[in-house]
Design a protein around this ligand. Structure first.
Ligand SMILES: N[C@@H](CCC[C@H](N)C(=O)O)C(=O)O
Length: 289
């Protein structure tokens, strides 16, 4: 009988992940292996993979090992590496709690976007300190078919283009990445958010994620949307001196985002473990090639 590899499946507002506990960083997680795992028909299915590794065991995280025991080695569904995943880090924290590595309360998690502080609340929600947004500036335009919109360039560790639209249906099927111009604004690709207003400090969005396609939620995207909305609404906390809180509805649920006057952003929402199982190591090895 072939060796088995443990996995879990989890989601945060239906942004879903294959979770691979691998404390010693022993798995050969090639892009092809990740894409095979995330395949919704021939694999397990997910928007991405949360590879759970001890920081000390991963070259990208060893420098953070003193600050955070665990490293979220996040991969998009196509196998590409991303700097940060906001829903992923909340689900990652839920996994650490589920596995008995941490209890409710505060913990630190290393990511390629730096060490993030997470709070697992008694009521079940998970809050992550996302750090500060960067606003590179410059005019950006997003297009779908014949329509185009001005967009805000917001960097949450990973790149986003946020376009306010009158109807989310105008984003179309989102099967392909919406063209963003100028191309030079995003040399490493971009996540694109389409946003409508739902009420005061309340918006709804759809997203096309770099490396995953349209997903039911994107945490860094929701933060980018809240940041862009606060600038549009003349509610920039650095200017007003008061925090700005936005409710962001995504197809898979609701996230609440607060930006403080010092620029620090917090995001709160659900994070759920739904299943545990085993992968046939031979299948993963052949998929990895
Ligand atoms: N779903 C994530 C974002 C994942 C990374 C993104 N696709 C990228 O390539 O930057 C989130 O919740 O933030």
């Amino acid at each position: 009988m072939s060796t088995r590899i443990a996995f879990l499946k989890g989601h945060g507002t239906e942004n879903d992940f294959v979770i691979l506990p691998d404390p010693g960083n022993d798995l050969d997680l090639t892009p092809a292996a990740v894409a095979a795992l995330c395949d919704r028909r021939a694999g397990i299915g997910g928007d991405g993979v949360l590879h759970v590794v001890r920081s000390a065991a991963h070259p990208d995280a060893v420098a953070m090992a003193a600050a955070a025991e665990w490293f979220m080695d996040y991969r998009n569904g196509d196998g590409s590496v991303a700097e940060m995943c906001g829903n992923g880090v909340r689900v990652f924290a839920r996994y650490l709690q589920h596995a008995g590595h941490v209890a409710e309360g505060d913990l630190a998690i290393a990511t390629r976007g730096g060490v993030k502080t997470v709070h697992i609340a008694k009521d079940g929600d998970v809050t992550v300190g996302m750090g500060r947004a960067r606003l590179p500036g410059g005019d950006v335009t997003v297009s779908v078919g014949e329509r185009s919109w001005p967009a805000r360039n917001v960097n949450m560790g990973n790149p986003h283009a946020v376009a306010f639209v009158s109807d989310l249906a105008h984003a179309g099927s989102l099967l392909d990445p919406p063209p963003v111009a100028p191309a030079g604004a995003y040399p490493d690709g971009v996540n694109v958010e389409f946003v409508v207003d739902r009420g005061p400090r309340h918006v709804a969005m759809r997203v096309h994620e770099r490396g995953s396609g349209e997903t039911r939620s994107c945490g860094t995207g929701a933060c980018a949307v809240a940041v862009a909305a606060a600038r549009r609404d003349a509610a920039d906390p650095a200017v007003t001196g008061t925090p700005a809180t936005y409710t962001v509805d995504v197809p898979g649920g609701r996230l609440v985002i607060t930006e403080r006057p010092d620029g620090e952003i917090e995001m709160t929402g659900p994070a759920v473990i739904v299943a545990e199982g085993e992968i046939d190591a031979e299948w993963l090895e052949s998929a990895a090639r």
